[in-house]
Design a protein around this ligand. Structure first.
Ligand SMILES: NC(=O)C1=CN([C@@H]2O[C@H](COP(=O)(O)OP(=O)(O)OC[C@H]3O[C@@H](n4cnc5c(N)ncnc54)[C@H](O)[C@@H]3O)[C@@H](O)[C@H]2O)[C@@H](O)CC1
Ligand SMILES: [K+]
Length: 472
């Protein structure tokens, strides 16, 4: 929900606007359960859940409304909730702070609006919410909960002891899994989030978890690029991109013949040669073993070429490997033929997609449904690359619009494969496959080079994009 929210804001629908819709929806629910003139007490927490109810108060002119904020004005944790609280103060609503929850007087209400805690709740109810919840649960009033009854986890349905027992729940935008088994009437209110906020990959999709300061080397991902042979730049670009996107270690497994140039490209890569001119079935056993032992995310394909023995090796690798891998370039042709327990993200361009048996079109967006069913049949995530990328696992399908025409230059796909691998180390496959083209495309946009963009330029820009510098 927070990701969708950030994407909506990027599309020009800021959260305060959504809060206005949420509050309006809560007021509508109150009008459905009580007659004009009824006494309505709002018990608000200090987050945006409370903010929704401050808005609701303005839409309940026909009722006798009291608003009780649990805590001080200064403790309100978000700007938009505070603005809506201040609006009530300045317009002389009956809106007061409750400094001591034992002194909370609900004032014999007909309706209580529970706006203490929404999706921001964690763990057991703390004070003053615990005492306030008890007071709410002992009234005879009809209880209308905002978004989720306070103390209930919207994701799991787990209720903290003393959680609010609501009669009605007004939740926003979409069903929440944790509300399915509640003994309450649950309504989902449309709060005006554009469908595009879910369909198009946006900045909300990049909300990554901060690195744990106590993490050990490797905890943020080890990427193993199996590539090179006829080409040398591709595997190095992929491996460097994975480091830029946060992976701790990047290994490149390459034929001895190209070891020197690849090892010379970047001192950050760990280049491991095998004794051959190109990948062949001889190397498969030890590559599978290494990748499995270290739980590596593998990138299979960049610069491998299409020699028969190489494709045979790719096939054997995928049949034996049961970890996570990004399959790109020449290795893609093998995927439809094989049975694998591995979790794959396949990154075909239009031509590779057609060769794999997917739709053969220039505008991938016009073939979104076909790509989705292709991914479903394949049983892997497909990230189909073009001006607009289509990402699908067969069930969820997203579009990534980021990028520039300059990205048709060689090597941008290798960078993408490396980014995808780094994200795959720490995120679900579909999320990783959405994040990578967004970061790649946004980076190209930020560099704002038309002709003359180099794939290696993207490497320098990736960390800035991840820091959120894409809106400048
Ligand atoms: N797209 C969205 O995400 C939208 C969210 N909205 C509202 O925003 C809510 C989420 O707002 P916030 O993220 O500000 O979070 P909440 O308002 O749910 O709660 C945050 C506050 O609760 C405190 N808290 C957390 N766990 C607690 C516990 N166990 N006991 C006592 N206090 C506890 C936190 O310290 C913080 O002050 C949603 O539930 C919804 O009502 C709406 O405004 C519309 C859009
Ligand atoms: K609530």
């Amino acid at each position: 929900m927070a990701a969708v929210d950030a994407n909506a804001a990027a599309l020009g629908v800021p959260r305060k606007q959504l809060m206005e819709s949420s509050g309006n929806a809560v007021a509508r629910a109150v009008r459905d359960v009580a007659e004009p003139g009824a006494r309505v007490t709002i018990v608000a927490g200090r987050g945006n859940n409370g903010g929704d109810a401050f808005v609701a108060a303005r839409f309940l002119e026909a009722f006798e409304v009291r608003v009780r904020l649990l805590g001080r004005t200064e403790a309100i944790s978000t700007g938009i909730a505070r603005e809506n609280w201040n609006a009530l103060q300045q317009s002389e609503y009956d809106a007061t702070e409750v400094r001591d929850s034992r002194a909370l007087d609900l004032d014999d209400p007909d309706v209580v609006i529970d706006a203490m805690l929404g999706t921001g709740v964690t763990g057991a109810l703390r004070e003053p919410e615990a005492t306030a919840a008890e007071a709410i649960n002992t009234t005879d009033a009809t209880v209308v909960a905002v978004d989720v009854p306070s103390g209930v986890d919207a994701d799991t349905g787990e209720a903290a002891s003393g959680a609010v027992d609501a009669d009605h729940v007004v939740t926003f935008h979409d069903e929440k899994p944790g509300l399915a088994d509640l003994d309450a009437e649950v309504r989902v209110a449309d709060i005006g989030i554009p469908a595009a906020a879910e369909r198009f990959v946006g900045p909300g999709d990049l909300r990554t978890t901060a690195r744990d300061p106590h993490a050990a080397k490797g905890d943020s991902g080890r990427v193993l690029v199996i590539g090179g042979g006829p080409y040398t730049g591709a595997p190095a670009l992929a491996a460097e991109a994975s480091l830029r996107a946060g992976a701790d270690l990047a290994f490149v497994s390459v034929p001895q013949k190209v070891f020197e140039p690849i090892a010379g490209y970047a001192k950050d890569l760990i280049v491991q040669p095998y004794d051959a001119d190109r990948l062949s079935p001889d190397q498969v056993g030890s590559l599978v073993e290494t990748a499995t032992d270290h739980d590596d995310v593998v990138v299979l394909g960049p610069g491998l070429g299409t020699a028969d023995e190489t494709l045979e090796a790719v096939e054997q690798f995928l049949e034996k490997f049961d970890g996570r891998a990004v399959v790109d370039a020449d290795a893609l042709s093998v995927v439809p033929e094989i049975d694998t327990d591995a979790t794959l993200v396949c990154t075909p361009n239009r031509h590779e997609l057609a060769e794999m048996g997917g739709p053969d079109v220039d505008d991938l967006r016009s073939a979104t449904d076909e790509i989705a069913s292709f991914a479903g049949d394949l049983g892997h995530v497909v990230l189909a690359k073009a001006k607009d990328d289509v990402v699908s696992d067969g069930e969820t399908t997203r579009i990534c619009r980021a990028g520039t025409p300059g990205m048709t230059v060689g090597g941008t796909g290798d960078v993408l494969a490396g980014l995808t691998a780094a994200f795959l180390a720490t995120h679900a496959p579909l999320n990783a496959a959405c994040m990578a083209p967004y970061v790649n495309g946004r980076t190209a946009e930020r560099l704002a080079r038309g002709d003359g963009l180099l794939a290696s330029d993207l490497l320098d820009g990736v960390s800035g994009t991840l820091r959120g510098e894409y809106d400048d």
